[in-house]
Design a protein around this ligand. Structure first.
Ligand SMILES: Cc1ncc(COP(=O)(O)O)c(C=O)c1O
Length: 365
């Protein structure tokens, strides 16, 4: 830090210089985050100084968090759902497994996860000291083989995971089968719907993945992905709100006697942002946004196929994967572990963006 400060204009010009080096969203196909909705940005500004780590000081903001959780729980067919707003899918996944581990104390706990599990489960393994056992994909699909999961479960298994909207291929595991395994073994069933949680409820034909499925104990759903909130906003949703108590530690010098979150100080601004988007759009608005993303996904697929690119599987949601091939310079497209091209068709990937991309692809021919 310099001895003397700069003017406001100088600071903002300096920051603008750095910001201009970032990749514009109109070139990004690789991200599950997007440009926040305008109403989320306005809400964020209103709540920018709030700290949900000390909720007794911000009862209004804390009420918004409760309403956000209740509304999402309702959307996912739950009643009286508990949970809280996290910093994202990673925290939600860690905390869900932390509960499962506490419910089933054993010396060598393990969790059984699909091969598609997000790398946050590697962090979960390191932090919580649980072994992660990955079950392979079902032959010819990118969803988990639940028979293989069953074989990996033993007396030290504390949880099974299913993914609803996988990070790499956007497919939905057989959640009822995973939940059945959990019921039969009396263990936790966590559904990672970080991405799919705000897509699947708005699809015309969707697979069961939420609290309507008997045996689903918890769900990760990230408003900072398809919820178009400001970053960072995830949620952990619990079928039984009492399970939150298993996460509690004493928090002597704050307004609340206990703390159950992973982070201490945590923002209320993004929570207000997420809630604002849901109030503003309603289910109807979300349905339209998801329909638009799907329409753009179909256009991308038909355009790419016309140039000879081949999809790995027909898109289930707004994520398309293609067999390895050259893509034009200047576009951010990620690759799956198997090397497939992965396009996440977020709200910022508009029809114009798709057409501009296809135009560049045509120049490669
Ligand atoms: C299925 C899934 N779970 C968890 C995460 C982690 O979310 P975050 O980056 O918000 O921690 C992601 C991120 O893409 C994801 O796709």
């Amino acid at each position: 830090m310099e001895e003397k400060g700069c003017s406001r204009e100088e600071v903002l010009a300096l920051l603008a210089g750095y910001r201009s080096r970032d990749v514009p969203h109109s070139r990004i196909f690789s991200s599950m985050c997007t440009v926040p909705h305008e109403i989320a940005v306005a809400a964020h500004a209103l709540f920018v100084s709030t700290n949900l780590g000390d909720p007794g000081l911000y009862p209004g903001t804390a009420e918004i968090e409760r309403r956000l959780i209740a509304d999402l729980g309702d959307l996912l067919h739950g009643t009286g759902i508990g949970g809280y707003a996290t910093s994202g899918g990673t925290e939600s996944n860690i905390q869900a497994i932390r509960i499962a581990k506490k419910l089933h104390p054993t010396e060598k706990p393990n969790i059984v996860v699909p091969a598609s599990a997000h790398f946050s489960f590697d962090k979960t393994r390191d932090i919580l000291g649980v072994e992660t056992r990955a079950a392979p994909y079902k032959e010819g699909s990118y969803t988990v083989d639940t028979d293989a999961m069953a074989e990996l479960i033993d007396k030290n298994t504390v949880a099974v995971l299913a993914v609803a909207g996988t990070t790499e291929y956007g497919v939905v595991d057989d959640v009822p089968a995973a939940a059945k395994l959990a019921r039969e073994n009396d263990i936790w069933c966590h559904v990672d719907a970080a991405f799919g949680g705000l897509v699947i409820p708005f699809l015309k034909n969707s697979a069961p993945f939420d609290f309507a499925v008997d045996g689903v104990s918890s769900i990760t759903l990230d408003p900072h992905k398809m919820g178009m909130s400001t970053i960072p906003c995830g949620t952990l949703l619990l079928r039984n709100p009492e399970h939150m108590k298993l996460l509690s530690v004493d928090s002597p010098y704050l307004t609340m006697k206990t703390s159950f979150t992973l982070t201490g100080t945590r923002p209320g601004a993004d929570v207000a942002g997420a809630y604002a988007v849901m109030k503003y759009l309603g289910r109807e608005g979300f349905r339209d946004i998801v329909a638009g993303c799907l329409e753009n996904t179909r256009r991308l697929v038909s355009g790419m196929e016309a140039f000879g690119y081949k999809t790995v599987l027909p898109p289930v949601m707004n994520l398309a994967a293609f067999h390895p091939a050259e893509i034009p310079e200047g576009w951010k497209v990620s690759r799956t572990r198997a090397g497939h091209l992965r396009f996440v068709m977020m709200p910022h990937v508009t029809r114009d963006v798709v057409e501009a991309f296809l135009e560049d692809v045509s120049r490669l021919q």
